[in-house]
Design a protein around this ligand. Structure first.
Ligand code: KMH
Ligand code: ZN
Length: 278
């Protein structure tokens, strides 16, 4: 059985440090988190950064500093979020690529996002897709809705394959108002994937975190875990560190004969450019 790519999404843009003090928001906390999560079995980090006030930011200097620091201290594939927060302007979300990440998220359409709307019009997606190709950054296609699978096909048909020739998608399930975090919804999405897709992963928000992880592992998919998606380890027990979620994913994957994938194998799976400084 194939190994499992475990991605950790440690921070996100939604939780506040005041409410969740253990959320990693400073550069020091992010690097410490990256190191511990790599040790626990993660091969990729999906990164949102925070400013000095712990609020989400797309500051170019901080993004670059964060990418460089995590690259220097770990072998993790560094994926920057281009989703940012629902309040970030589209033009600024495109500038994330300036920080030269290995990978970037690319959400395949607009979606309900709790009480908000997460905006991803076709023109923005196309610009991001083409700029990622030009800058040799591998996109991870975030699918919050079944219609996003069709939007992914539209992008591939219009612009060809991404840099590296691989197509990796991540189903983000269980966002209130979007695709539910159920095995049935996930399997419907998997069944719709176009033939160009070479690997798929899934994450479940909140309560759907564990069931979606189990469903993905059983169906040959990869997994994303982390406090961006879920801060409860169990009923009444908050996650204290992201590595708890990575360790649990690694244990379950190993139990299912699909042990955590090495960073070297993950780099090959996703076709990322080697930007490591030796
Ligand atoms: N924070 C959400 C609005 C991504 O990182 O690309 C979007 C998000 C997706 O988290
Ligand atoms: Zn994100």
């Amino acid at each position: 059985m194939a190994a499992t790519l475990i991605t950790v999404a440690p921070t996100g843009a939604e939780l506040s440090k005041a409410d969740v003090p253990q959320l990693p928001t400073t550069l020091e906390e992010l690097v410490e988190t990256a190191i511990r999560c790599e040790q626990a079995g993660a091969a990729m980090i999906h990164l949102h950064i925070r400013g000095a006030d712990h609020a989400p930011t797309l500051d170019g200097g901080l993004l670059r500093e964060s990418v460089d620091a995590i690259r220097a201290e770990t072998d993790l594939i560094v994926q920057l979020s281009t989703g940012g927060s629902v309040h970030d302007p589209l033009e600024q979300r495109l500038t994330v690529l300036d920080a030269e990440p290995d990978s970037c998220s690319l959400t395949c359409g607009t979606t309900n996002f709790g009480d908000d709307v997460f905006l991803n019009p076709h023109g923005f997606m196309s610009d991001l897709y083409v700029q990622a190709q030009e800058r040799e950054v591998v996109p991870e296609f975030e699918l919050f809705e079944l219609g996003h699978v069709a939007a992914l096909s539209r992008l591939i048909d219009a612009h060809g394959l991404p840099f590296g020739g691989k197509v990796h998608v991540d189903f983000v399930t269980g966002v209130p108002g979007a695709m539910p975090g159920t095995t049935a919804a996930l399997m419907a999405g998997v069944a719709m994937l176009p033939q160009e897709v070479t690997s798929w992963a899934a994450t479940g928000i909140g309560r759907s975190h564990l069931p979606i992880m189990a469903a993905a592992l059983s169906a040959g998919g990869h997994v994303r875990v982390g406090m961006e998606d879920n801060i409860m380890y169990a009923r009444g027990q908050q996650v204290q560190h992201n590595d708890e979620l990575v360790s649990r994913a690694a244990e379950l994957a190993t139990l299912m004969q699909r042990p955590p994938m090495s960073t070297a194998d993950a780099r090959e799976l996703l076709g990322v450019k080697d930007r490591r400084v030796r």
